[in-house]
Design a protein around this ligand. Structure first.
Ligand SMILES: NC(=O)CC[C@H](N)C(=O)O
Length: 441
């Protein structure tokens, strides 16, 4: 079904209409149209007329029994935790969480429901960080069955069920976090229904998501452009880019072309005024192809480069640094990072399990930010060139916007470099060679 809504309808009206139509199980509204969505195979109300049992099993042997409120399905992944208080729709759709079962330390989750799929004038999603739930499953202490928010169209449980993502509540998340902090992140299983009664862990299968190339799974398969009439052209290496990174660039007037993670940027470098390297899931060593391309790029490309999270890891590796896995990672919206240039501490949004080894910096590079809690690396910068990256998330979503100024600075560098440069080339998107994503062997 397609329902057309007049262009001048107010956002409020659209949302009411969306809620009305959605609640009747017919369709979901994008900004000017209502397009069909696939209803769940088994209606949520039918599945949850009687709560299903759910069990969380950690590979290290601990078992937690609770109640399911998401999809009646079992999954395996890496158990991690976030200290964020709000922002579950953003975190759960962040591609960097792919392959992970996410524990919320915030005890009450679900109270403001889940927003509808609205798109902004650039065609970017307004309330989600990608077009699907990326986490394998979620773990909460107390699930709020009643929700209320003006953008909400469904409950967290309904959303999870519709996306085939299991969710467990009624477990002691403080105990889970203690275990993960003490012994480090571990593989886990979330079993729902019949399987949840099986507490024997001897033959349980735990799949390690890092044996897959998660970056290749979430990256775009072909180049995609947004805001083609921007005054500067930015190429984004997409390792699993969050929508708010794209919003932060196009919203400040840039034209953006999102390239596959292993796209050879050096072949199109002269068409772009700046390069951005995105966030992304999993072990950065699985994206070694991007590292090799970045190494070549650093040799030939003199224009500004900026990277976030996975972008920081890949840029550091291209500069000659090594990465290591943190014991339990830094995930939350309240993590302090110190700017080594001016000594100022910023509260940042974070979601990573790996860090750059920065005890010895490669020649020509210096530390940019350092984590005030555990001293791990939070960014690097080149000494002479406008090339830098941060491990935290200046784009937030969720989390504080204190470091959003880094986008302003990057784009100012790009505009400045463009002004100084002579004979600027005209960028024609059609000239970009199309490239299929390569299957990870
Ligand atoms: N948010 C990210 O880009 C995460 C980077 C990487 N996957 C890590 O966990 O460290």
């Amino acid at each position: 079904m397609q329902v057309l809504v007049r262009n001048n309808s107010s956002a409020r009206l659209l949302r009411s209409l969306q809620r009305l139509i959605f609640n009747r199980g017919l369709a979901t509204v994008t900004d000017h149209t209502v397009s069909e969505f696939a209803p769940p195979t088994v209606p949520y109300a039918q599945v949850y007329s009687k709560p299903l049992p759910a069990t969380l099993k950690l590979k290290t042997g601990q078992i937690f029994q609770g109640t399911s409120f998401g999809a009646p399905t079992s999954v395996s992944g890496e158990a991690v935790f976030t200290t964020s208080v709000v922002g579950y729709p953003e975190s759960m759709t962040d591609p960097s969480y792919r392959g992970q079962i996410l524990t919320f330390t915030q005890p009450l989750i679900g109270n403001y429901g889940v927003p509808g799929l609205f798109k902004d004038k650039f065609g970017l999603m307004e309330y989600f960080e990608s077009d699907r739930i990326q986490v394998e499953g979620i773990i909460v202490n107390d699930y709020a069955t009643k929700y209320s928010h003006w953008t909400a169209v469904e409950s967290l449980g309904e959303w999870c069920a519709r996306h085939g993502v299991p969710a467990i509540s009624g477990v002691d998340t403080r105990a889970i976090v203690h275990i993960l902090r003490d012994q480090g992140s571990t593989l886990a299983r979330l079993d729902v229904g019949e399987e949840a009664h099986n507490l024997d862990t001897t033959n349980v299968k735990y799949e390690d998501p890092n044996t897959r190339n998660l970056v290749a799974e979430v990256s775009t398969k072909v180049p995609v452009s947004y805001n083609p009439f921007g005054d500067i052209k930015i190429a984004v290496i997409d390792c699993g880019v969050k929508q708010n990174i794209l919003r932060s660039l196009v919203g400040r007037g840039a034209s953006v072309t999102v390239l596959p993670w292993d796209f050879d940027f050096t072949k199109v470098a002269d068409q772009f005024d700046g390069l951005f390297i995105s966030n992304g899931p999993g072990n950065p060593k699985n994206a070694i192809r991007s590292v090799n391309i970045l190494r070549k790029t650093l040799e030939i490309y003199q224009k500004p480069i900026f990277g976030i999270c996975m972008g920081n890891l890949l840029l550091g590796m291209a500069a000659g640094m090594d990465v290591y896995k943190l014991r339990f990672g830094n995930r939350g919206h309240n993590v302090p990072a110190i700017n080594m240039t001016n000594g100022m501490c910023a509260i940042t949004s974070q979601n990573h399990g790996f860090a750059l080894k920065d005890d010895i910096m490669p020649i020509g590079w210096k530390k940019y930010f350092v984590n005030a809690n555990d001293g791990s690396n939070e960014g690097i910068q080149h000494i002479h060139r406008p090339v830098r990256s941060v491990q935290f998330h200046p784009e937030a979503k969720g989390g504080p916007q204190d470091t959003e100024y880094l986008f302003e600075e990057f784009l100012a560098q790009v505009r400045d470099a463009k002004l100084k440069q002579t004979g600027t080339k005209i960028y024609l998107p059609e000239t970009l060679p199309k490239q299929e994503a390569t299957i990870f062997a």
